[in-house]
Ligand binder design. Structure first.
Ligand code: CU
Length: 122
């Protein structure tokens, strides 16, 4: 009996992992519901973000959001603790002044390494 349950659990885990990787499964995406005073939407296509530089005010809660308009990309804002993907589409963070690097966090193909942008917090 125990073996059977283990198999069922393994199957469910696998289904969950597949759902997390599925690009179009927006309904299952995790959203950060914390209060924010401003949204910043980062749109990704193959293989760039919609801006080379984004600007937000310092010491202010900002809701960072990822919209994949083409392909499946992720966003990592280095040293800011912000990681976004199709499975986690928004994150509220309050950052100190500075310049941060935004990069794609998913190995997405030939242009992956060029997917970088700047976040200026001022
Ligand atoms: Cu990538």
């Amino acid at each position: 009996m125990r073996k059977k349950w283990t198999a069922v659990l393994a199957a469910l885990t696998l289904v969950g992992m597949l759902a997390a990787c599925g690009g179009k499964n927006d309904n299952a995406a995790e959203q950060d519901t914390a209060a924010a005073s401003q949204d910043l939407v980062i749109r990704a296509t193959n293989w760039k973000f919609d801006k080379t530089e984004y600007r937000v005010p310092k010491d202010t809660p900002i809701r960072y959001m990822l919209e994949n308009e083409q392909g499946a990309h992720g966003v990592e804002i280095e040293k800011a603790g912000v990681k976004l993907s199709n499975g986690k589409k928004s994150k509220v963070a309050t950052l100190a002044a500075g310049t941060y690097t935004i990069k794609c966090s998913i190995v997405c193909g030939q242009g992956h390494l060029s997917m970088q942008a700047k976040l200026v917090v001022e």
